[in-house]
Design a protein around this ligand. Structure first.
Ligand code: GDP
Length: 307
């Protein structure tokens, strides 16, 4: 079955229905005037090609709404022709299409390498890396533990003195998971938040080996301005992101929205700023939801980066 059939149903379809998303807070005012493209559109040639062909066909008004939807909402990786998409190429609970660059994704070994105070001190062996970022308490340590199936990794990052550092973990002797300090401590003074920004900004803006930032967003709560600001800052600076929604197992028994509703609300805002929606995936460290699929997604980004 073609993807366009699938995308007209379920949660993806709700993204195009404006009435289905009432934001729980005022729309953030953003200081940049134009919508930016997702990182893969900006950074890789295949996606530049996809964008170019999309704009050409829309000019001739031959593109259907469904096809346009595929091009703007699904994450179509390098090597995949958007016109040839099939349902089984889309990872469940995500907008991620799996293409020919996806490969071996199992984590066989992981070792802590070092903690760094600034980007300049980070490992210089040019291996690809994924940075894990998110608000304090979003489930960062739990997700890292789930990905590598070891408790020691996240514990290392939580040791006193290491929480405010860039922690590099070498996976399968070939790529890094990088644990960054959490942001948005509820009780931290503004000054502490600013410190986080300048410190972490240096890493993002200077790290050539950064394949993507996994930006963790708690799906059990409504969209938070600080997460949206973070996603928008990364987008403005052309830093690749994958939105990893955590705690998707947490179904509210009484008041409050369900995780899928919170995710939809978050994406509604994101879509106002990203011309091509970044990849996103639903996860739960409790049930293991999304873990293997996230690793598969990372493998295709990594293998393409390695080319
Ligand atoms: P960190 O501060 O971002 O490293 O967050 P932690 O990994 O320490 O998690 C914060 C709290 O959220 C802990 O009580 C975890 O047990 C809980 N938590 C983390 N991930 C999940 C999840 O996927 N589902 C549920 N229900 N709870 C989670």
């Amino acid at each position: 079955m073609l993807v366009r059939n699938r995308i007209l149903s379920l949660q993806l379809a709700s993204l195009i229905n404006p009435s289905s998303s009432l934001l729980p807070f005022p729309k953030p005012t953003l200081s940049f005037p134009t919508r930016y493209l997702s990182h893969w559109t900006l950074r890789n040639p295949t996606h530049r090609h996809v964008s170019a062909s999309a704009s050409k066909t829309s000019q001739t008004r031959q593109i259907s709404d469904a096809a346009r939807f595929v091009r703007t909402v699904l994450f179509v990786p390098p090597g995949v022709d958007p016109d040839e998409l099939t349902e089984d190429m889309v990872l469940p609970g995500s907008n991620i299409v799996i293409g020919p660059y996806a490969g071996e994704s199992r984590i066989k070994e992981v070792e802590f390498v070092k903690s760094s105070g600034k980007a300049k001190e980070c490992p210089k062996d040019h291996r690809p890396e994924f940075a894990i970022l998110g608000r304090s308490n979003v489930g960062k340590s739990s997700l890292i533990n789930a990905l590598v199936r070891k408790k020691e990794v996240a514990l290392t990052s939580k040791k006193p003195g290491k929480t405010q550092l860039i922690n590099h973990f070498l996976v399968n002797k070939s790529w890094y998971i990088v644990d960054l300090p959490g942001y948005g401590f509820a009780k931290a003074p503004d000054a502490a938040r600013m410190d986080w920004s300048s410190f972490t900004k240096g890493y993002f803006l200077n790290r050539d080996t950064l394949v993507a930032v996994l930006l963790l967003v708690d799906a059990s709560v409504p969209p938070q301005k600080i997460d949206l600001d973070c996603a928008n800052w990364l987008g403005r600076n052309n830093i690749p992101i994958t939105l990893v929604f955590t705690k998707c197992d947490k179904m509210k028994a009484s008041k409050g929205k369900r995780p899928d509703e919170n995710i939809r609300d978050f994406q509604q805002v994101i879509r106002q700023n990203y011309k091509v929606h970044p990849p996103w995936i639903m996860t739960s460290s409790v049930t293991g939801l999304g873990r293997d699929d996230l690793l598969l997604h990372m493998s295709q980004l990594r293998n393409y980066w390695d080319q």
